[in-house]
Design a protein around this ligand. Structure first.
Ligand code: 3PG
Length: 211
């Protein structure tokens, strides 16, 4: 089983929404060409399960995970399709426990100490902080790290090339999530060069700051 640290090693985990599973492999290859080797394909469209399966089968260098996993059906569909990690927008102890049972790393969303305490009880050490910018961004993360110095965050929501550096500078940030390097419009337009260019800019920034 992979660890969340291994999944997030390139510093940026793209949140990908695919309307058509035919977009999955070219999108994965475009991200890889820009230095991103993990992607979260969200269960926001009917194409999610098929897209995860295609990337798992055809692009083995890409660590493909499932995002917007909000119920047990999503979780089982994701794992059956070959998802290597699970991301949820919020915290559901039943869902988290089931992912742990299935041996798949899971990162539930939190914004409050109570949600963090629920995750700690289940053995988690990394949490998605979502929606990050709306809930106070780094200021809130720093406050949460007072009582919870042992945890790290994967903040997502409102992060982009312009504000990612401040997150990368904070050692409590494992990586950031976001859609700015692979927007729905870029995918719909088949702008795979653009996806690669924005992915490279993001991973270069991470390397510049973290070394
Ligand atoms: C989401 O779930 O939509 C993600 O957090 C992406 O947020 P972003 O589009 O602001 O990067």
């Amino acid at each position: 089983m992979l660890t969340v640290e291994q999944v997030a090693a390139c510093g940026v985990v793209p949140v990908v929404v695919l309307e058509d599973e035919a977009q999955a492999v070219p999108t994965a290859k475009a991200l890889l060409a820009g230095g991103i080797n993990a992607m979260e394909i969200t269960f926001r469209t009917a194409a999610a399960k098929g897209s995860i399966a295609k990337v798992a089968r055809e692009v083995p260098e890409m660590i493909v995970g499932a995002g917007t996993v909000v119920n047990l059906q999503n979780l089982h569909d994701a794992v059956d399709a070959g998802a290597k990690f699970i991301v949820c927008p919020g915290s559901d102890p039943e869902l988290t426990a089931e992912a742990i049972k299935l041996n798949v790393p899971i990162t539930p969303g939190v914004v409050t100490p109570s949600e963090i305490m629920m995750g700690l009880k289940l053995g988690l050490k990394v949490f998605k902080f979502f929606p990050a910018e709306t809930f106070g961004g780094l200021k809130t993360i720093k406050a949460l790290c007072g009582p919870f110095p042992q945890i790290k965050f994967l903040p997502t929501g409102g992060i982009n090339q312009a504000n990612a550096a401040e997150y990368f500078k904070n050692p409590k940030i494992l990586a950031v999530g976001g859609s700015w390097m692979v927007t729905k419009d870029m995918v719909a337009a088949g702008d795979f060069e653009g996806i690669t260019a924005k992915s490279k800019a993001a991973t270069d920034l991470f390397k510049e700051i973290r070394g």
